[in-house]
Structures are given as C-alpha cells and as structure tokens.
Design a protein around this ligand. Structure first.
Ligand code: SIN
Length: 368
C-alpha cells in the first residue's frame, strides 16, 4: 500500500507544488479553527482583527453501519487525520447512507460535494467496467490473495483509471467474503437458486453470476435491501457477515450458506483536484493517517466478520446455516465460471485495453 501512495504522491507532486504555494485547498470547505488548534502557521498572538486560521472540512460519506470494518476504519481515519494535521482538518463521517447512496456518491465525489467515500469495488464498475474483476466468483480463496491484488499491479491499474474522471484512489480497504442467504430454500446445489430473486450491487458481473445459476438478479441500493427482503420483493441476497448482521438481514432470512464465493472490498476515493490542492503538510499527514487505517482494516476485517457470525447465530437460532463443502463449492464454481469469459467479452466490447491482463492476473493469483 505504501507503494501505491508513493505512486500517487509522485504523480501528483508537481501540481501539488504549484497549488501548495497558495496554501489552501481548492474546493475544500473551511471553517474557523478553535484557537487551541492553531499552530505556528496561524494567527495566534496577532491582533484581534486578524482572521482566524480556517479548518479544512472533509466530509466522508458511506452506506454501512459504524460497527462494520468500513465504519470503524472511517472513524479511525477521522481520529488519525485530525491528530496528524494538528487539527487543521475536520473530518465528518456520514454513515448509513445519511448523505448519499451508492451511485450518487460517485457523482458527489467528482463534484467535490463530499471529499472521501469508500464505495464497494463492484459499484465503481459503473464508471470503469474493469473494476468488475474483483467480482469474479471464487477468484480468491484467502484474504491474502485479495490483498495481493489490491496492493499489486491490479490495484494500481484500477486506481489509475479513476483519474480520468477527476477521482483519486487513496487506497483499498477490506471487508470480507460474501455469504448467500434466502427466505425461500437452502442454497446448497446450483439448482437451488433456480427462479429465486437476489439483490445485487450495481455490477453486470454480479448479475451474470446469478444468471449462471438460473436466478434473477435485482440491482438495488444497500439501504433498500432490508425492507425488500422483509416484504418479499426479493428472496435473498449476498453480503459479508458484518453487513448482514449490522443491517439485520438475518432476521428476515431463513437460510444462510457460508459460501465465500465472492469478495467485498472498497476503493477509498477522493476528488483529485481537492486532494492535489491541499497544502503539502496536510496531504502528507492525511496519507499517513490513511496508510495506518488501511493496515488496521487489513489486520482486523476478518476477525470482525467472524465475530458477527456468532452474533447472528445467537440472535436468530432458527436461521439454518450451511457451510459449503469443497465438492459443493466446486459445483457452484463450475456453473459460475462462465462469468470469466463473459467479462473478457464485455471489457473488449467496452474498448478496454487491459481487460485480459487484469483477468489473467486474478487467475494467476488464485493459483491456476
Ligand atoms: C458496503 O459494504 O459498502 C455496502 C455493500 C452493499 O451494497 O452490499
């Protein structure tokens, strides 16, 4: 991850130097800083007519609960960012879709209405279809493989694409493996999916994954999933244990399969002009805060998800939980593997020049 930061830092340094001399962030929202936060560059000790230093305001919008890996990481970033900048920035977190839903936040970032967001990689595929590679079913069998993809060339290439749309990738965060659930029936054999409707994030690859097992994918924002499950608009869904538990999906489902069939991770993004316009010392302090937070979420996301499984079991003992055996997993993989070729075709059609390269890199990581 440090390498990624170095990459972005170096590629942005010349613009930063030009903008940095003006000493303020273009597009940043500011508010007066309390006098105890004023450092050597501020107005302490000057006369009463001198304007107070202004805090740089950073709004961080996300859609999940504060207890989840992303919710906790956002909070940690807020604390570290304020500490390392000596109070020059004021980070305000808006969790639980308080500000923007999944798709709107991408526009809000481009327009600098929020300064940081961490959408699921799947959702970024609306802007750049290459991001669907992280949705490939059974692409990863272990979080360390995902982390190699995030921190290596795959992550760098994907984050690099964002700059075309005035977005800068600050890093990638983990949540964990997705599990399947349904109100209708156990999901053990591929045939069990037939005719059932499942909520998916906005990603064509995820739609293809469910079509491959004759199910009906229904794209829907995260904030609408609970009521759609409760009212029977959809039969089931896929998500990580921390998202399932925090949004109480387990209360409106009868069956859950621990399938680890896909991975949910995040791209932490900001508005490129905003970030490049920050004073150098502030940007470096924020990068330090981001690096430490990323390491924390890498080290803790798996544990947090495992803890939520125990709570799900305790709160809904009637939920029938099945863990896929190796053979059962193989049967799902055989059906869903078609999505790899579909994605190759889709990326070619959309004019991507790196599609094959990315898919090959993912296949290599899973050891084939
Ligand atoms: C998230 O973890 O940000 C939400 C994922 C989803 O929409 O299912």
């Amino acid at each position: 991850m440090k390498k990624i930061f170095k990459f972005f830092f170096l590629s942005n340094i010349s613009l930063s130097l030009i903008v940095g001399v003006f000493g303020c962030a273009r597009g940043a929202q500011t508010e007066p800083a309390p006098s105890e936060n004023q450092g050597t560059e501020t107005t302490e000790g000057t006369d009463a007519t001198t304007a107070p230093a202004e805090k740089i305001k950073i709004k961080f919008s996300h859609v999940v609960a504060e207890t989840t890996p992303k919710g906790q990481a956002a909070k940690m970033f807020e604390e570290l960012a304020e500490k390392y900048t000596n109070g020059k920035v004021d980070v305000e977190i808006f969790p639980n879709t308080q500000l923007y839903n999944d798709d709107d936040v991408l526009i809000a970032i481009q327009e600098n209405n929020v300064q940081i967001a961490a959408p699921a990689t799947s959702k970024i595929s609306k802007l750049f279809p290459e991001w669907q590679v992280f949705d490939l079913p059974f692409a990863f069998s272990d979080p360390s493989q995902v982390q190699s993809a995030m921190e290596g060339k795959v992550g760098q290439q994907l984050l690099g694409l964002l700059e075309q749309k005035n977005i800068l990738g600050l890093g990638m965060w983990d949540n964990g493996f997705k599990q399947m659930s349904s109100k209708e029936s156990q999901l053990i054999k591929p045939e069990d999916f037939k005719g059932q409707s499942f909520r998916v994030m906005s990603s064509k690859l995820l739609e293809a994954q469910f079509k491959a097992v004759d199910a009906n994918p229904t794209p829907m924002p995260f904030s609408e999933v609970y009521s759609a499950l409760e009212q029977g608009v959809i039969n089931g869904q896929e998500n990580t244990l921390s998202n399932i538990y925090s949004k109480k999906f387990h209360e409106v489902q009868k069956y859950m399969t621990l399938s680890d069939h896909g991975y949910l991770g995040y791209a932490v993004i900001t508005n490129k002009e905003f970030w490049n316009g920050l004073p150098d010392d502030v940007r470096q302090a924020l990068e330090k805060a981001m690096n430490e937070t990323t390491q924390w979420v890498r080290d803790n996301a798996e544990r947090l998800n495992a803890e939520e499984l125990e709570k799900i079991k305790a709160e809904n003992p009637k939920l029938e939980i099945h863990e896929l055996t190796v053979e059962e997993k193989k049967a799902w993989m055989d059906k869903m593997d078609v999505t790899y070729d579909l994605l190759r075709e889709d990326l070619k059609t959309s004019g991507s020049t790196i599609g094959d390269q990315l898919i090959d890199a993912i296949i290599e990581l899973r050891g084939e």
